[in-house]
Ligand binder design. Structure first.
Ligand code: ADP
Ligand code: MG
Length: 231
């Protein structure tokens, strides 16, 4: 569950202002985040992920008030509780598929590299239809397969939330659909709350909810996202 109250954010030396008065995203739900370029979608993901510090307002993820964490606590929270997926995958080319998925074990101590982690990485890859590719170099994969590896990596720590920033932006419609299906099924199976930024309106009817940032632009002082119904 993600609960946001009176969140305000500005970048230094920038006129951009984000103000979300209230937003609640249910546990294990899958929400699309839509809106014009520059409206603050990526910024919101970074605030929820603990990448950007929260100076004003409250962001609670499950039982953690992210806005009250120290920098070190926020980093640990991000590594343990947040899965991140990007448009350009951000895989490490010289590592195999499984070693890319196990990458969170090598960054800090939030996830321990043991037999259980290895097994879980393989299970995730099998669930994602990548059983035949586990030991291959990641460079041998198609775009859609690479994004599936990135999703497996994001899910490795069994995060409370999966935040995906235009993960289907570089993929064809059929592959986009597969990526979304993978996120939907992982949300259901692992109780993961998913927020996915997308420009692809053909996908919106598959989400539980659509959070539209266009609303934020019409009344900049009290921006409260609409309870969107998928179109
Ligand atoms: P979106 O993802 O909806 O396209 P962003 O959250 O990336 O929007 O950006 C929102 C606004 O904040 C934009 O005007 C952008 O130029 C600005 N912005 C983004 N990142 C930074 C930064 N690091 N420093 C200053 N301004 C930024
Ligand atoms: Mg963005």
């Amino acid at each position: 569950m993600i609960e946001i109250q009176e969140l305000k954010f500005t970048y230094p030396h920038s006129s951009f202002k984000l103000h979300i008065s209230e937003l609640t995203v249910e546990t294990a739900s899958v929400s699309a985040v839509v809106g014009p370029s520059g409206s603050g979608k990526t910024t919101l993901l970074h605030l929820a992920a603990g990448i950007l510090p929260i100076a004003v307002g409250k962001v609670v993820i499950d039982d953690t008030d992210v806005s009250r964490l120290t920098d070190a606590e926020r980093r640990r929270f991000r590594l343990q509780q947040v899965g991140l997926v990007f448009q350009d995958f951000e895989l490490i080319d010289y590592l195999s598929v499984i070693d890319n998925v196990l990458l969170p074990c090598r960054i800090g101590d939030a996830v321990v590299l043991d037999n259980a982690a290895q097994q879980w990485a393989e299970t995730l890859l099998e669930q994602s239809g990548l059983a035949d590719h586990i030991r291959k170099p990641v460079t041998n994969l198609s775009q859609g397969e690479k994004q599936r590896v990135a999703i497996c990596r994001a899910l490795l720590p069994k995060p409370a939330i999966l935040l995906a920033d235009e993960p289907t932006g570089n993929l064809d419609p059929q592959t986009s659909d597969q990526i979304l299906e993978l996120m939907l099924s992982s949300a259901r199976e692992n109780n993961t709350t998913v927020m996915m930024v997308t420009h692809d309106h053909s996908l919106l009817n598959r989400f539980d909810r659509v959070i539209d940032f266009a609303r934020f632009l019409t009344s900049p002082e009290t921006m409260s996202p609409a309870e969107g119904t998928p179109q």
